[in-house]
Ligand binder design. Structure first.
Ligand code: SOE
Length: 393
């Protein structure tokens, strides 16, 4: 069987470049016949040593230090943006104008205004887009969506979500780009809170209003220049001057959804002992669902219709009978990892290219999440409920 090859140009050779490159290689091995064979054509990093190394390590055919080389290469059909957030908009808009399909790391942009321009450029040029909110691709999260859509927990009443990490809890960990508003846009909110927003929008529905508080507990950190980031593990030398942190360490907010459900979400990278603690619990009129990414093979469910003497949370281990099970592992509980979520993300994107459907989450979702983030930050300033603007306003 002849399967189409699609050339990829990837920009930004850090942590995410590794995750996406593994996904390009692995996707056809899991999902066969694959919707396309991704070909790792060119990788770009501003730092030539990093770019050259990444080419060899991640298996690209060529490298460059200038992302325009990807935009100007007519053989490249997909642009993959893995840079820090401040570079997303320029690259994505140039890629859309060159007619290239785009995968962009999260959050989509520095501001909702940038996100809007990205969304409109993609729409005008009719290119497919994906924002890499990969956690919704976890099979257990997709199973939660299936149960909800089938009505298995009835009408959703309320929910709560968390994303807790501890890699920035040490005040001596560096002020990397993730703490500089001009580069990242916002702190814990944009970096990790948006993942939970994406999952709960996907599961529960559109957010209508929010009421938020944010805090910056560690007011200054040793300054780290450049775009590399080892997530709290780096040390920048004892006498490194400190600079002010101008983004949130923590955000907590209440949500009212368009369908009437209420919820709360919290995000922090300063919760000692918590590593990648992404959780949600959703209560409906006929049951409840609980998920914790640190136990991502499992979905806990309770169905009100169970006999009274056996009602309670049960654990379903995802496997071949669950979403994406046809391509993953042959028995439940062999272990879903971060890589599998990225492989599924890649599969969904190439399926959209193949059949012309919309990928999800796409730039419209990414823009909607920027509008939610705006409302959260405004509410944190005013201490009022703030309405979330619609992407169509
Ligand atoms: C740092 O908080 C980070 O790398 C996030 O940026 C990612 O989106 C998350 O998946 C892991 O943690």
């Amino acid at each position: 069987m002849e399967i189409k090859k699609i050339n990829i140009g990837l920009i930004g050779a850090g942590f995410m470049a590794k995750a996406h490159s593994i996904a390009y290689a692995g996707m056809p091995m899991f999902f066969w016949p694959a919707p396309a064979i991704p070909v790792k054509k060119m990788i770009v990093d501003m730092n030539e040593d990093i770019a050259r190394d990444a080419k060899d390590k991640l298996g690209f055919e060529s490298y460059s230090t200038d992302w325009h080389d990807i935009i100007n290469d007519p053989s490249i059909a997909v642009v993959d943006i893995c840079t820090p957030n401040n570079a997303h908009a320029d690259i994505a808009i140039a890629a859309a104008e060159a007619g290239k399909h785009i995968i962009c790391e999260k959050p989509l942009a520095l501001t909702s205004e940038q996100a809007r321009r990205m969304y409109l450029a993609a729409k005008k040029n009719n290119v497919k887009t994906m924002v890499a909110f990969n956690y919704r691709k976890t099979p257990a999260v997709q199973l939660a969506k299936k149960y909800i859509d089938e009505g298995a927990i009835g009408e959703i009443l309320d929910f709560r979500g968390t994303y807790l990490q501890d890699w920035s809890a040490d005040p001596e960990s560096p002020l990397s780009w993730r703490f500089q508003k001009a580069v990242c846009g916002s702190g814990a909110l944009g970096d990790i809170g948006t993942h939970v927003v994406d999952m709960l929008r996907f599961l529960v529905g559109d957010f209508k209003k929010v009421n938020a508080r944010t805090a910056t507990y560690i007011k200054e950190r040793p300054f780290q220049s450049g775009m590399s980031d080892s997530l709290g593990n780096a040390r920048v030398g004892e006498n490194t001057p400190k600079k002010a942190v101008d983004v949130d360490d923590q955000c907590i907010f209440m949500v009212e959804c368009a369908n009437g459900a209420f919820g709360s979400i919290e995000a922090t990278r300063n919760a000692w002992g918590r590593n990648n603690y992404i959780t949600f619990e959703i209560h409906g009129t006929k049951g409840s669902i609980y998920f914790n990414y640190e136990r991502r093979d499992e979905l806990q469910v309770c169905f009100a219709d169970d006999a009274a003497d056996r009602r309670g949370f049960r654990t379903v281990y995802t496997g071949p009978n669950h979403p994406y099970g046809e391509g993953l592992w042959p028995i439940p509980a062999l272990g879903i990892g971060y890589t599998e979520t990225k492989i599924i993300e890649c599969y969904d994107f190439f399926r959209a290219l193949q059949d012309g459907s919309e990928a999800a989450p796409n730039f419209r979702d990414g823009y909607a999440i920027e509008l939610i983030s705006d409302a959260i930050l405004e509410s944190a300033r005013t201490h009022q409920w703030v309405d979330v603007k619609s992407t169509e306003e």
